[in-house]
Each structure stands twice: as C-alpha cells, then as structure tokens.
Design a protein around this ligand. Structure first.
Ligand code: ADP
Ligand code: MG
Length: 230
C-alpha cells in the first residue's frame, strides 16, 4: 500500500503582486517502510513538499493522501491530531527544548501529544534512547551535546510516538560530514528496525547514498526518480 500519495499537486505563494510557484504538477507515491530522499538546490521546493506531506501546509490545487486519508481539507486541529498520531519530524536545527534534558526532550511528545502513562512512558523513552545510541547521555542538556548527539535525541523524539512516517527536512545541514553520514545511517537503521518510513531532504547529493529512492527536484518539479535499492 502506498503511504503517501500526491495527485496533481501545485503550490503557489502569493507575495503582494508576485506569485511564486513553489511546486508544479507533482505526482508522487511513496510506499510503506521505505527510505526516500528529496534532493535539490535551495529553492527547489523540498520544504514545501515535506510541509504538504506533513500536514503543515495545504496545496493550492491537487490532493494529498497520507496513510490512505485525504489530508488537505483538514482543519488545523484535525491536522495537529493527525500529526501527533501518525507523523514524526526531524529538523535542521534539531529543535530540542534547551531547558529539558535529552530524556525529557524525548518524553515531551508522550506527555503533550499522546498522553502515555508513566511506567510505559519510561520504558518507551529508554528503548528509543538506547536505539539511537544515546542512553548514557540521557541526563545532559542540549547545550552539553554535540550536533550529532542532538540530532540523535531528535531522532528518538520523532520515533517515540511510534509514527508511520518520519519527515526530516535537511536533518544533516548543520552537521559536519562524518556526523551527517552517521545520522543518515541511523535513520536507515531505524527504518529497518521499526519499519518506519523516512523521507528526508538534502541539498547535498553526496549524502543520499543510503536512500532507496531519490527524487531530484528543480524549480518545483520532480526532474528525476532514481531507485537505488529495493
Ligand atoms: P527548498 O526547501 O528546496 O529550499 P522551498 O520549498 O523552501 O525550497 O521553496 C520553494 C520556493 O518557494 C522558493 O522559490 C521559495 O522562495 C518559495 N517560498 C517558500 N516558502 C515561501 C513563503 N512562505 N512565501 C513565499 N515564497 C515562499
Ligand atoms: Mg528547505
């Protein structure tokens, strides 16, 4: 079954008199348990595309289906609920809460979004901190962690709610090359272990070697689809 389906998607941004066409006639299907990359230069439409799939924005025309549900007519409240139940997010700037420890950052969505009771919560948090290799750093604050470690915490936080799909917008943009490769490898491992679908974007074509399917974007269009591995 396809987890994500985009049909005839266009997205325009109106800036005063000027209309910017960020996405043009996008047709896309992403199947369950896959590891997909959107590659393209700055301004090619990667973030716009991820935001539509992530129910953070709506297309100007066309339909977006996620997990078999038409999502582009959602109210803000329904979209937020849907994100909390089905989606995880990883950001370029890590977006960890600075006043919370690594453990508490991973705990946050279980309290705020899914309201998971105490004992199960603790078990889940430790399970994912362990899975991303950072259990021994659990009591540190983000300021005490390296970029790579922070992104590991963010990967654990994205997975702890057991989402179907994790969306990562340039997750390696603020990391050195070695750490960047390690984060992509970690996401790939998590995709295998937890059968979670990952879609990540990057402007760096060197970083995509782990992807199974690579979509190349240019000026709001998908210019190429490369299937690397099944
Ligand atoms: P990428 O993530 O690949 O850098 P984006 O999706 O951010 O690309 O942007 C695609 C195009 O849409 C760019 O031309 C950008 O300037 C424009 N754009 C993105 N967001 C907005 C916005 N909120 N308002 C106006 N134009 C936007
Ligand atoms: Mg972007």
């Amino acid at each position: 079954m396809s987890l994500v389906q985009l049909k005839q998607i266009s997205k325009n941004y109106q800036m005063g008199e000027l209309s910017v066409q960020a996405l043009k006639d996008i047709e896309l299907e992403i199947s369950e348990q896959s590891f997909v990359s959107f590659v393209g230069p700055s301004g090619s439409g990667k973030t716009t595309l991820l935001n539509l799939i992530g129910c953070l924005d709506k297309p100007s025309s066309g339909n977006v289906f996620v997990n078999g549900t038409l999502v582009n007519n959602f109210s803000n409240k329904t979209a937020a609920q849907f994100r909390g139940e089905h989606l995880g997010f990883i950001f370029q700037n890590f977006n960890l809460l600075p006043v919370l420890t690594a453990y508490e950052n991973v705990e946050y969505p279980l309290i705020m979004v899914q309201n998971i009771p105490g004992a199960e919560r603790k078990e889940r948090i430790m399970h994912y901190l362990d899975a991303v290799g950072i259990a021994d750093q659990k009591d540190k604050f983000p300021s005490q962690l390296s970029g790579g470690q922070k992104q590991r915490v963010a990967v654990a936080r994205a997975l702890v709610t057991d989402p179907k799909l994790v969306l990562a917008d340039e997750p390696t943009a603020n990391l050195d090359h070695a750490s960047a490769f390690k984060i992509i490898e970690l996401m790939r491992q998590m995709q295998r272990d937890f059968k979670t679908t990952f879609i990540f974007s990057t402007h760096d074509p060197k970083i995509v070697k782990e992807a199974e399917i690579i979509y190349t974007l240019e000026d709001g269009k998908i210019m190429d689809k490369e299937i690397v591995a099944a």
